[in-house]
Design a protein around this ligand. Structure first.
Ligand code: GLU
Length: 254
């Protein structure tokens, strides 16, 4: 069984097709995470959804620029998202904490060490760190490609036993995921970028990333010894498989 995990959850798992926060699914994910903590697994949640949560309650006049919109949406959305997480974790008797980071924080040793110390202190006290990119201050050109990249960096920093990336598909398919005849690829070897040929360019509705960055991050993370499990965050009890070791999605082997 894994003893330590980073679990990344994408916007499309956390929001409904119309963009509203999917409180039912978020609640189910928190229940599953609480279940993993109850059996002694140390874990960090990397959660997108701030921009989506902001979009639900805010609309802009036409003269607001794209960067300012992202900043405002994430600033108001992150508060909503964390308030929801706080309530849901509290219902399991758990504390959660907000950790916002930019790419620069990982490049600079002083900031990276300081962040690592904070993670260690939170995990030592059984608090669930909920990590997101600090979209409010991140400079567009220097942003993470998406939260998959951020999750990969956190997983390396903490040297966890596995990185779990949940999206709205079961994993990597050898064709379009919804086409009849497409098969789920159950295992990928570390560093095997040849599977990128199977990646469909189509991106899901609201998230920033896509399967291509997931596979790139997964193969590079696996090549430093951390297996990556791609799975469907909308499938009931998907995280229960982590206890049995029988992952139903795609496993990128370390
Ligand atoms: N940080 C963005 C948010 O919270 C999500 C980035 C991504 O889609 O990976 O909305």
């Amino acid at each position: 069984m894994y003893r330590s995990l980073v679990i990344k959850v994408g916007t499309n798992v956390l929001t409904r097709p119309d963009g509203r926060l999917d409180i039912t699914n978020i609640s189910h994910l928190v229940d599953q995470i609480a279940g993993l903590k109850a059996v002694g697994i140390s874990l960090v949640l990397v959660s997108s959804g701030a921009v989506g949560a902001g979009r639900e309650i805010m609309s802009f006049s036409e003269d607001t620029g794209a960067v300012a919109q992202r900043q405002v949406l994430s600033a108001i959305g992150q508060v909503r998202l964390m308030e929801l997480y706080r309530q849901l974790f509290a219902s399991h008797g758990l504390l959660c904490a907000q950790v916002l980071a930019t790419k620069g924080d990982f490049r600079d040793d002083l900031h990276a060490d300081n962040m690592l110390n904070c993670f260690r202190a939170l995990l030592h006290d059984q608090i669930v760190p909920v990590v997101n990119e600090n979209d409010v201050v991140a400079v567009t050109e220097l942003m993470f490609t998406d939260n998959d990249e951020l999750a990969g960096l956190v997983a390396r920093m903490l040297q966890v036993d596995a990185l779990v990336i949940l999206s709205s598909v079961d994993g990597l398919y050898d064709g379009p995921p919804d086409a009849p005849g497409s098969q789920l690829i159950r295992e990928v070897a570390a560093g095997d970028d040849s599977v990128l040929q199977f990646v469909q360019e189509k991106k899901t509705a609201f998230g920033r990333g896509g399967m291509a960055t997931k596979i790139r991050i997964a193969t590079s993370t696996a090549s430093v010894g951390i297996p990556v499990l791609l799975g469907n965050g909308r499938k009931p009890n998907v995280l229960d498989d982590l206890r049995t070791g029988q992952w139903a999605g795609t496993t990128v082997k370390a």
